[in-house]
Design a protein around this ligand. Structure first.
Ligand code: AMP
Ligand code: ZN
Length: 138
């Protein structure tokens, strides 16, 4: 299924040109237009799935294998020092394009990409609450 109003559907299927690093029957890997660091790429499935929850298992499996192979290849090519593989689901998590995608973000020692989170603390109360909620939801 494709969504006529989705820009990533158009890019993934070649209707809108992109800087393509890799393509196969299921995916296209492109350079992000607003890179966090030099070489920031996106894995896009060619079919439209809004987020990870709705991505079929076989494509989810293929996506992580592709991510692995791409970051191995790109690490050699770019000479970067690390990689963040990031995948946002929902506005609250920073998703802005509602077509599943994975960010491959090369990291360079001392770069100022600067995303992350403030380290909190797992309290006994939170731990008990989370485990209780999970137990009640199954
Ligand atoms: P997210 O916030 O996880 O939904 O990520 C969306 C990403 O898509 C952002 O990093 C944008 O810079 C990138 N992006 C949006 N439009 C385009 C486009 N036309 N070509 C390449 N990257 C894009
Ligand atoms: Zn789409």
């Amino acid at each position: 299924m494709r969504d006529d109003n989705c820009i990533f559907c158009k890019i993934a299927n070649g209707e809108i040109p992109s800087a393509t690093l890799y393509e196969d029957d299921d995916f296209r890997v492109i350079l992000d237009l607003g890179p966090a660091t030099k070489g920031h790429a996106l894995i896009l499935p060619k079919e439209h799935y809004p987020n990870l929850y709705e991505l079929p298992d076989d494509l989810a499996g293929k996506a992580i294998v592709l991510a692995k192979n791409m970051i191995k290849k790109l690490t050699k090519a770019l000479g970067c020092d690390g990689y963040n593989v990031v995948q946002n689901n929902g506005e609250a998590a920073g998703q802005t394009v509602f077509h599943f995608h994975m960010h491959l973000i090369p990291r360079y020692n001392g770069d100022d990409a600067g995303f992350g989170w403030k380290v909190g603390e797992l309290t006994e109360e939170d731990k008990a609450d989370i485990l209780d909620k999970i137990e009640k939801s199954v």
